[in-house]
Design a protein around this ligand. Structure first.
Ligand SMILES: [Cu+2]
Length: 389
C-alpha cells in the first residue's frame, strides 16, 4: 500500500510541469431539477451541479457544468449523490481505467442519499468530450444527466497543439428530451418508444439561444473556434453560413487532417472541434437540425445567430481587376491577372509595410509569414483586402 502511494506521488511529480497540475472539484447529482420550456411547460429533470453549500434550489443544471482541464492534469472529481437513486459519471471518449469509468459493474455506482465516489484520472489528449450518468443510461441521460468535458492543449487559444487557432471560442452541446418522460419520469414507458420532441443548444431552445448569449459575434478579423457535441439519441446536423469558411481540426477527441465543411453530421456521442474563418460580414445563423435515427424524421430545428461585422472600412476586391486567392490565405497567396509588371506593397491596418516587391504580368505566388489579421495590397493605386488566417 505504502509502495503504491509512493508510485502515485512519484508519477504525478514526473508528469507535472507548470502547465499541468492536480485539480480537484466537487460535484453533486440530484433528481429535483425543474425547468420551464419555451412554451411555458414546467418539466422535471435530473442532473449534475457543483457541490456548493451556498446554492440550494438551483444546484443542478441542463446541461451540467462544463468541466475543463489542461492536458496532463490529474483530476480528482468527488461526486456526492443527493438523490433517491444510484448514479455514476461516465467519461465519454476519455481514456480512463475501468475503476474510474463510471460504468456500473466495473465502477461502483454511487448510492442514494449521501453516497460518495471519487473519480481520478489523467487528461491525456486535448479535445472535446462528454460525461453522463451510466445507470439506466437511456432514462438517466434523457432526464438531463450530462455535460461537456474539455481538455485544452498547452498552446493557448487552439483546438490542438499545432492547429485550430481561434480568437473567439464557443462550446455547443446539443441535446434533446422527450418531454412526456420528464413530466412523468417514474413511468416513462418502453425505452424503445423514446421520441425527442424538444431539442436544445447548451440547454436552450428557440429564441432562448440568443437571449442566453449563445450567439456568435465577431468581426471579419476573428477566427471562430467552435466545439460541437451531440449527447442526444438522434443525428444532429449543423449547417454553417456560406461565408463562415469552417475548417475541421478534431473529431471525437483526436486531431484530424484539416478539411473544410459547410455541414457537419453528429451521431450520438460524437464531437467535433472546428474553426470558422469569416470571409465577409455575416448576418445569418447556424441551422441545427435534430433527426430521429430510426426513420430520419426531422424532429426539431434550432438556430444559433451569427453576426460578423466588417470593421476594416475596405471594399472587397472586385473581380474585374486582380484575381487574388485563396483569400483568406494561410502561407501563400496567388495574385493573378496582373495586366502589366509593376511594384506593389502590402501593409497592415496601421499602414506598416509588411511586404513590397514587383508583380510580374500574369500569375504571381507570394509567400508571406504574417500574423493573423487583415492586410491591404496596393497595386497601381488600387487597394485590395487580404485576410491572413
Ligand atoms: Cu443517473
Amino acid at each position: 500500500m505504502m509502495r503504491n502511494k509512493l508510485i502515485i506521488i512519484f508519477s504525478i511529480l514526473l508528469t507535472s510541469n507548470s502547465f499541468s497540475q492536480v485539480q480537484e472539484i466537487d460535484l453533486v447529482s440530484r433528481m429535483d431539477g425543474s425547468k420551464t420550456l419555451i412554451d411555458g411547460t414546467v418539466i422535471e429533470f435530473w442532473g449534475y451541479g457543483e457541490d456548493d453549500p451556498n446554492l440550494n434550489n438551483d444546484k443542478i443544471f441542463i446541461p451540467g457544468p462544463v468541466l475543463r482541464f489542461n492536458v496532463g492534469d490529474t483530476v480528482i472529481i468527488n461526486l456526492t449523490n443527493d438523490s433517491p437513486e444510484d448514479h455514476t459519471i461516465h467519461w465519454h471518449g476519455l481514456d480512463v481505467d475501468q475503476a474510474n469509468d463510471g460504468v456500473p459493474s466495473t465502477t461502483d455506482a454511487v448510492g442514494s442519499f449521501g453516497g460518495e465516489f471519487t473519480y481520478t484520472f489523467v487528461c491525456k489528449e486535448p479535445g472535446t468530450y462528454l460525461y453522463h450518468c451510466h445507470v439506466l443510461t437511456t432514462l438517466h441521460l434523457a432526464m438531463g444527466m450530462y455535460g461537456s468535458f474539455i481538455i485544452d492543449p498547452e498552446a493557448e487559444d487552439q483546438i490542438y497543439e499545432n492547429s485550430g487557432k481561434f480568437t473567439k471560442e464557443y462550446n455547443y452541446l446539443f441535446s434533446e428530451m422527450n418531454t412526456s418522460w420528464n413530466l412523468n419520469p417514474l413511468s416513462p414507458g418502453q425505452f424503445y418508444l423514446y421520441e425527442a420532441d424538444y431539442a436544445m443548444v447548451n440547454g436552450w431552445a428557440g429564441s432562448e439561444i440568443e437571449d442566453k448569449n449563445q450567439s456568435i459575434e465577431g468581426t471579419i478579423n476573428d477566427s471562430i473556434g467552435m466545439r460541437l457535441a451531440n449527447v442526444g439519441y438522434g443525428r444532429v446536423e449543423t449547417i454553417f453560413p456560406n461565408d463562415l469558411e469552417v475548417s475541421v481540426y478534431g473529431s471525437d477527441g483526436r486531431e484530424v487532417a484539416e478539411y473544410t465543411a459547410d455541414t457537419i453530421q453528429l451521431y450520438p456521442g460524437e464531437r467535433f472541434g472546428v474553426v470558422g474563418y469569416p470571409q465577409t460580414a455575416i448576418d445569418d445563423s447556424i441551422e441545427v437540425n435534430y433527426y430521429d435515427l430510426r426513420n430520419e424524421n426531422l424532429l426539431y430545428t434550432n438556430y444559433i445567430p451569427v453576426s460578423i461585422i466588417d470593421d476594416t472600412g475596405l471594399e472587397t476586391f472586385s473581380s474585374n481587376k486582380l484575381s487574388i486567392y485563396p483569400n483568406p490565405f494561410r502561407e501563400e497567396i496567388v495574385i493573378d491577372k496582373v495586366k502589366k509588371r509593376g511594384s506593389a506593397s502590402i501593409t497592415d491596418l496601421n499602414g506598416k509595410i509588411v511586404w513590397d516587391g514587383t508583380l510580374e504580368e500574369g500569375e504571381n505566388k507570394v509567400r508571406l509569414n504574417l500574423d493573423q489579421g487583415v492586410y491591404v495590397l496596393t497595386y497601381q493605386s488600387q487597394q485590395y483586402k487580404l485576410i491572413k488566417h
